[in-house]
Design a binder for this molecule. Structure first.
Ligand code: ATP
Length: 233
């Protein structure tokens, strides 16, 4: 579904990505792991066209993404849950949700406000609350719901549960598992390794702008050297 080949990205004269290769097959949950500042957000922002790639290729279902503006990339079926959630603070919870409603790919049984409330009942009782008054957990649920309202084929989450209480984290993982079971492909960045490995089919580790390891969750659990060397566990 998504194939990133030899991706390089620069911030001015400073190079952040040095030839990234990542693949996500349809229906898979794939993680991008790595310590702080290794290039996870840069990779995701390069996929979405938020930070321009300086080289390499990113193919989504055969369409090249490099060089396209973000809104066109989103319309191809990529839904982003950005780092820091980026909820519109001066819109209500409901307005945040309906602001992105679309079904460019004409999927059958599209996501609706009702389906998002089924997934996250916590949101249903906060419909008129302004975005900036929601808790971190509610904002993250809303950010996921907002991405789902675009009816993507691939959901990309940058820091799925950062800063959230354990109970809220479990709700997010349970929701992602449900979404995955309905056939959604997911590319996810997070620091909660044990939760991530439980739902992931394949994992990529990034170190100083390069992929240094990839494999299944079982393989990673057994590779104590890689866990220690690249993730500090
Ligand atoms: P974190 O987990 O802390 O978010 P990350 O793995 O997502 O880290 P990136 O944010 O992608 O890492 O950063 C990769 C490298 O690019 C770092 O060296 C960082 O300092 C640099 N970088 C990130 N954003 C910018 C920017 N806007 N301008 C210049 N350099 C940047």
């Amino acid at each position: 579904m998504l194939k990133i080949s030899n991706l390089t990205t620069h911030y001015g004269a400073s190079q952040a990505l040095f030839g990234i290769d990542i693949e996500v097959a349809a229906g898979q949950v794939v993680t991008l792991l790595g310590r702080n500042g290794m290039g996870k957000t840069t990779t995701i922002n390069s996929i979405m066209g938020i930070v321009p790639a300086s080289g390499g290729a990113i193919s989504f279902e055969g369409t090249e993404l490099v060089g396209r503006p973000s809104f066109k990339i989103a319309n191809l079926g990529l839904g982003l849950v950005p780092e820091g959630r980026q909820i519109f603070p001066n819109l209500s919870m409901m307005e945040n949700l309906i602001a992105t409603t679309s079904n460019h790919l004409k999927v059958s049984n599209p996501w609706t406000v009702e389906r998002v409330f089924e997934l996250f009942p916590e949101l249903a009782i906060r419909q008129s609350s302004m975005g900036n008054l929601l808790s971190g957990g509610e904002q993250q649920m809303l950010a996921i719901g907002r991405a789902l309202m675009t009816n993507p084929k691939l959901l990309i989450l940058d820091e799925a549960t950062e800063g959230l209480a354990p109970l809220v984290r479990q709700k997010i993982w349970a929701a992602l598992t449900l979404i995955r079971n309905e056939g959604m492909s997911i590319l996810v960045v997070d620091k909660n390794l044990s939760d991530l490995l439980r739902i992931a089919d394949r994992n990529f580790i990034i170190e100083r702008g390069k992929i240094v390891w990839d494999g299944t969750s079982d393989a990673l659990r057994k590779d104590r050297d890689a866990l220690h060397r690249y993730l500090g566990v």
